[in-house]
Design a protein around this ligand. Structure first.
Ligand SMILES: Cc1cc2nc3c(=O)[nH]c(=O)nc-3n(C[C@H](O)[C@H](O)[C@H](O)COP(=O)(O)O)c2cc1C
Length: 367
């Protein structure tokens, strides 16, 4: 895996290996994919302002998140159906996260089950991503199983009343290949996604089964069935961040679902400052995902107030290229790039990264 030295190289190699339907499903954003490109471009519009002659011998990338010690401020976001990328699927991703000491998040619609992940990576810090099904018994079961299996938080996805329009999936009539199942379910709920009458089978599944009517009150319901902290995943506005916290969430994940839901929404790094500002008087963490593909991206998000960041597609590319070793390689690339950034920017620890380390390019073009 050493021949891959940046995430883009893993992406190119994965794209060459993956079957078209899986590649399109993993890569796509909503409709014109404007926000998909902006998630990356918006990072490029920020400039890092290094401090010189700080006299750093060694950097420490470690932090504590919701009580867990992790080795760097980069974790793995939930992405569905990972066995399309590699036969070991989510098991490999979770093992890689365990080996590298970072947070792993399992999707509700995964091809390995909650219990299999707990067994494969017993020492990883594991979070469970939750979609709320209309059938509340199904939903309650998922939460209780995750808690019992040692998962440490529920990342409740709040940006998905239905799935976004991803054109490639419609053209490809995307379905889960027949040899795979949604492993957290039994019966129809595990196989319904394997067939489609028209359009994307995934969108049909979600339309039929997810509860579109959920409101902030449902967070109170989840709190009534579990002691795990709840992270609101998918916040893009200050007022929603405050609502999430008032409803009992312990943390906010600024996310646009990898630009897969609604095209034209802000890049996540653009949305981050208003969310950080809105919750500054509450004692809660703010995280970010979307378009993070280099160590300097991570650094910029930390400077703008994120406690840590998560990556979705980079893990899929690593997984497709080399299973567990490929995901580990992806994480090592981030670790190396982050270490260089910390040293050259003159900030030995995460706590040293202050807001003034980053400035928008517009402030320079005015000179
Ligand atoms: C192929 C794919 C599947 C995803 N599946 C889920 C999911 O099941 N649940 C969820 O909350 N988010 C899902 N997401 C969104 C990710 O959790 C995350 O927000 C996003 O991928 C971050 O952007 P990035 O891919 O640019 O890092 C998915 C994203 C991708 C690309």
């Amino acid at each position: 895996m050493e021949k891959y030295i940046c995430v883009k190289e893993l992406e190119d190699a994965a794209s060459a290996l993956l079957p078209k339907t899986a590649r399109d499903y993993y890569r796509s954003g909503a409709t014109d994919e404007y926000t998909l490109a902006e998630n990356k471009r918006a990072f490029q519009r920020l400039r890092i302002r290094p401090k010189c002659l700080v006299g750093i011998n060694k950097c420490d990338l470690g932090i504590t998140v919701l009580g867990a010690n992790i080795t760097m401020p980069v974790g793995i976001s939930p992405t569905a159906m990972q066995k399309m990328a590699h036969p070991d699927g989510e098991l490999a991703t979770a093992r890689a996260a365990q080996a590298e000491g970072v947070i792993y998040t399992l999707s509700t619609i995964s091809t390995s089950s909650i219990e299999e992940i707990a067994q494969a990576a017993p020492h990883a810090t594991k979070w469970f991503q939750l979609y709320i099904y209309r059938d509340r018994e199904v939903t309650r079961n998922l939460v209780l199983r995750a808690e019992k299996a040692g998962f440490k938080a529920i990342a409740l996805t709040i940006d998905t009343p239905l799935f976004g329009l991803r054109r490639a999936d419609v053209h490809n009539k995307f379905t889960l290949p027949n040899h795979l199942r949604l492993a957290n379910f039994e019966g129809l709920l595990s196989t319904k996604i394997n067939s489609t009458e028209n359009g994307s089978g995934l969108n049909n599944y979600v339309n039929n089964l997810f509860d579109k009517t959920i409101t902030w009150n449902d967070i109170r319901w989840i709190k009534s069935i579990t002691n795990l902290p709840i992270i609101a995943k998918g916040v893009l506005r200050a007022d929603d961040a405050v609502r999430a916290i008032e409803a009992g969430c312990s943390a906010i994940l600024v996310s646009n679902h990898g630009a897969r839901q609604l095209d034209g929404v802000p890049a996540t790094i653009e949305a981050l400052p208003e969310v950080v500002e809105a919750v500054k008087n509450y004692n809660v963490d703010v995280y970010l995902d979307g378009g993070v593909s280099t160590g300097t991206d991570v650094y910029k998000a930390l400077a703008l107030g994120a406690k840590m960041v998560f990556v979705g597609r980079p893990a899929l590319w690593g997984l497709a290229v080399g299973g567990e070793a490929g995901v580990r390689r992806m994480l090592q690339i981030f670790r190396t790039e982050l270490d260089y950034t910390f040293q050259i920017a003159g900030t030995p620890t995460v706590a040293d990264i202050t807001r003034d380390m980053v400035r928008h390019e517009a402030l320079y073009s005015k000179l």
